[in-house]
Write a protein that binds this ligand. Sequence first.
Ligand code: GDP
Ligand code: MG
Length: 612
Amino acid sequence: MESLIGLVNRIQMACTSLGDYGATNNSFYSLWDQLPSVAVVGGQSSGKSSVLESIVGRDFLPRGSGIVTRRPLVLQLHKTDEGQKEYAEFGHLPRTPFTDFSLVRKEIQDETDRITGKTRQISPVPIHLSIYSPNVVNLTLIDLPGLTKVAVEEQPESVVRDIEDMVRSYVEKPDCIILAISPANQDIATSDAIKLSREVDSTGERTFGVLTKLDLMDKGTNALDVLEGRAYRLQQPWVGIVNRSQADINKNVDMIYARRKEREYFASSPDYGHLASKMGSEYLAKLLSKHLESVIRAKIPGIMSVINKSIDELESEMDHLGRPISDDAGAQLYTILELCRAFDKIFKEHLDGGRPGGDRIYGVFDNQLPAALRKLPFDRYLPIQNVRKIVSEADGYQPHLIAPEQGYRRLIEGALNYFRGPAEASVDAVHFVLKELVRKSVGECQELKRFPSLQSAIAAASYEALEKYREEGRKTVLRLVDMEANYLTVEFFRKLPQEVEKGGNPAATPAVDRYAEGHFRRIGLNVSSYINMVTDTLRNSIPKAVVYCQVKEAKQSLLNYFYTQIGKKEGKDLAELLDEDPTLMGKREQCAKSLQLYKKARDEIESVSLVR
Ligand code: GDP
Ligand code: MG
């Protein structure tokens, strides 16, 4: 029985540390909303503090005229074994037991001011206070600021409404048990507590009417109409109370003595004697405890489903954020390699298809290279004057007899130089496509997002590797061009038709000149068609070289060098590579903490609901 209410206390604590204040919470399912609580409601000076204190059996609540309670006080009573020392502990000061209850009162005041400032503002953020004592029953009570009718001192006009709204925000929850406190020496019809509780609990099923100050009633009158439920009907029984008077308080009358006096008051009262076993602070505490328990039992399935739902959500959030990394160097190395593989897989998908981008390499071979080759300015290189000049220079003092062997070579070698540009441009173009694909793949690798250091290390290693492949590619394509220059295709020249002087108009120009002009034009045309043949060859062989040196290498061994470097690293360097984005780390920590709290709450509820 007691463990059940103790459990509720723990869950409520967990809720508060999750930042869950019910009304203001929006990031988690509000457990708070699911849990029953007991709120003490009443007008100023109706005796709220006195009732709370007598249930607890200690003097510790701040008192004074005006609005003293400016934040809700969530008061959790934990019954401890007989003979145990009594102490209090605040939610905001864990592991700091208070044994001096006058210091508890001071801390409530200070903590109130910490949130509200020295102004007399009120705040809905509750103060959590646990009291461990052999003299209490397990109970969770919420002390709310007293309802007032007018603002006093420097309080803003809105304070009357503000307090009422805050109190209402607690008591309107269907799970809130209302302890409606009214003084017996005032007409029940004017009770603030009853007015508000009727508003939020019209059937009166969760309202406990508490009548204080029975001893202060006019001689000759009694409160039987109220206590027996005739004046104002509630489903729960009314409980009459006699607290200490102001004079008792001034004389430091102790609580135990006051309780005994209260018992005696009812036992000896001619009006209330027949109700004696159902009156007084102690009876009120027992009644509440019993009611609370039955309410909680009925709530357990609902609470469990809220907790399970939250746990599911937090678990999937954790999956999204990634699980924490182990400190072990072996595990870290494993994680790094896994992440590298994940990146590499995406990169390969870009090259092989499945993800876009690899087709741009084919675009280089299919469009860019042929277009560049077509644009080469051979027409400017092979006009007849230039052919004549180069051939003559190659001949030297002895003009060639039939075919200018050296002239051809010079002309062709000169023309081949033009191919270097497009060859290198293809290498560079593919290099930039590969680099872009690396950049894309790094960005698309979800698993890598948590590790900015590793992300940039992988990118840097990939770029470095691509740079090496580019150099290799460049050397290879230039070698292809050089190879064309060093050995000409003999077959081509053997197949050329022999020069035959065709009969032109002998009178027009001297025969020698006409012969020479036709001769050089033919040489030019032959060179040009030889170059065309070379163009065809290179258009096919440059892509092969580029793929061999760059694309294939990138696909097969982009991170090979990185792997050997990683293999040599010490634990500390590995941990550095797995440095996480601090905001992400914070998020995960928060998430893990919440998850732990919810799981703890679940375990506790399970253990309690199983053992009946
Ligand atoms: P709160 O403002 O609702 O918290 O009311 P308090 O508990 O501070 O009580 C206001 C004043 O009424 C104090 O001086 C109490 O001593 C006195 N008081 C409260 N209950 C009783 C009671 O049952 N009998 C007598 N004689 N005085 C009471
Ligand atoms: Mg008070």
